[in-house]
Design a protein around this ligand. Structure first.
Ligand SMILES: [Zn+2]
Length: 113
């Protein structure tokens, strides 16, 4: 009885393990857009209090070690690819949590034997 349950869990784990999304494109960062100011005198986009600045430009924010954050501007032609990499990172984190959940249940189940 308990054995059957463990077998089912192992099977679920095998199935899950095969569903790992392709990790080769991951980007561990977040993509944000930002307006920028050129600071040229008389620029109507950057006028104090009224102008909204130029852009938006897209920035990939990546946390490096020792609490440093790198802000990497992403040109338009690389935006979709970058978005996909950031999304994939989230998908794989979700996948990892699912596998871990099964393993936690497995641990609990094995303790009963
Ligand atoms: Zn300007």
């Amino acid at each position: 009885m308990v054995k059957d349950k463990i077998d089912r869990m192992l099977e679920a784990r095998r199935r899950l393990a095969k569903q790992l999304p392709d990790p080769s494109i991951v980007l561990a960062g977040s993509l944000m857009k930002r307006m920028i100011r050129c600071n040229k005198p008389g620029c109507r986009y950057c006028e104090k209090g009224r102008g909204t600045g130029h852009g938006p430009i897209w920035i990939l924010s990546v946390t490096a070690g020792n609490r440093r954050v790198r802000q990497i501007p992403v040109p338009a032609h690389l935006r979709q690819e970058t978005k996909a990499g950031v999304r994939r990172y989230g998908e794989i984190q979700k996948w990892l949590r699912q596998v871990s959940r099964v393993n936690v249940d497995l641990l609990e189940e094995r303790k009963k034997r």
